[in-house]
Design a protein around this ligand. Structure first.
Ligand code: MG
Length: 346
């Protein structure tokens, strides 16, 4: 390898088409805008991805603008300069966590390939400790919900989006079809803490094992009360964007939902895992609508987490990479170097 060769960065927008219109308590959509990134060095190519659902602040335009500012002329050795590159990218502009995650993921994939080692191994993960993966079902009519449950046959746990008028109907419909354990994500949909308490008691009876973001993100007082009641473990998603939020939410929730697109990538997520463990918090690693690229990046850290919700590629029609392999309800980590992902033929 020519060590003096510069790193080359390319990127292009991509619309990830969803199999089903995706509805949560705030909105619904049919595709999710991505930015696909490639880092090239010494004949190796590392893949990265930014996923930018419309309710967050990033877009393909903002990502293009951010990534265009990156000048890699000072970097010729990704192995020794990984930290420097990531710090440089981080310092270009505040915000832009998904665009920064794309760079971080591509750099991890590239370095894994150059060193001929899988990313999960570089990160110290033990594949034997991989938790079950869950599949998220968006809110829909009972007939469509039935079809979605059947489609998610490979999964041993389902995550249900609640937070509408029909919460009990949705759960009862699912319970007519399957007795799999359920995670619930209310996406801030419950506005009254007494109602939320009652719902959590009812859900527990129905075989729900955790609840994500039951109430509005800024209502930490209500969340703290729910945590105190110890009905079901609660996880912060919208209330938890990145590591700087940890001190303010640690008393209000039992755990955090880490997403690479919120926190800025693999390195940031690994740091959150270390810090959250010190606070005895539980960890769920989740995703946006993402291709196999960002999903396998999160999967590399998943054995260090308690719960895994990495279903992105299974809910889309045009994954640009081969789907992750699921076995016994768990994502299989590949022994291939880097993220272990293969591009689908165009
Ligand atoms: Mg959520």
């Amino acid at each position: 390898m020519d060590k003096t060769e510069n790193l080359k960065l390319t990127f292009h927008p991509f619309d990830l088409q969803l199999k089903h219109k995706f509805t949560i308590s705030l909105n619904s959509r049919t595709f999710t805008p991505l930015m696909l990134v490639e880092f090239e060095h010494g004949g190796y190519v590392g893949y990265g991805e930014a996923s930018m659902p419309p309710y967050l602040s990033e877009t393909q335009t903002s990502a293009t603008e951010f990534l265009s500012k990156i000048n890699l002329n000072n970097f010729s050795d990704p192995l020794s300069q990984q930290e420097d590159i990531l710090n440089y990218v981080k310092g270009i502009a505040p915000g832009n966590p998904a665009a920064k995650a794309a760079i971080d993921i591509a750099l991890h994939d590239l370095i894994g390939k150059i060193k001929n080692i899988p990313c999960w191994k570089m990160l110290g993960s033990d594949p034997q400790k991989m938790p079950l993966n869950s599949c998220t079902l968006g809110i829909d009519t009972p007939e469509v919900m039935r079809k979605k449950v059947l489609d998610a046959d490979a999964f041993k746990v389902l995550k249900i989006k609640l937070g509408s008028e029909d919460d009990k109907l949705i759960i009862n419909t699912i319970r007519e079809i399957t007795d799999k354990p359920l995670y619930v994500d209310a996406n801030q949909g419950w506005k009254d803490v007494v109602f939320a308490e009652d719902m959590m008691h009812w859900l527990k009876e129905k075989g729900v094992v955790l609840v994500e973001q039951p109430m509005p993100k800024s209502d930490l007082e209500s969340h703290a009360r729910l945590k105190e009641k110890k009905i079901l473990p609660t996880f912060a998603d919208e209330s938890f964007q990145n590591i700087s939020d940890l001190p303010k939410i640690k008393e209000a929730f039992d755990g955090v939902n880490i997403k690479l697109m919120k926190c800025g990538g693999i390195n940031a997520a690994a740091q959150i895992i270390r810090d959250a463990r010190k606070e005895q918090m539980k960890i769920l690693i989740g995703c946006m609508n993402e291709s196999s690229c960002a999903i396998m990046a999160a999967a590399a850290l998943a054995p260090q987490c308690d719960f895994v919700d990495l279903d992105g590629p299974f809910l889309v029609k045009n994954n640009p990479f081969a789907d992750p392999i699921m076995k016994d309800g768990k994502i299989q980590l590949s022994n291939e170097p880097g993220l272990g992902i293969k591009k689908n033929l165009d």
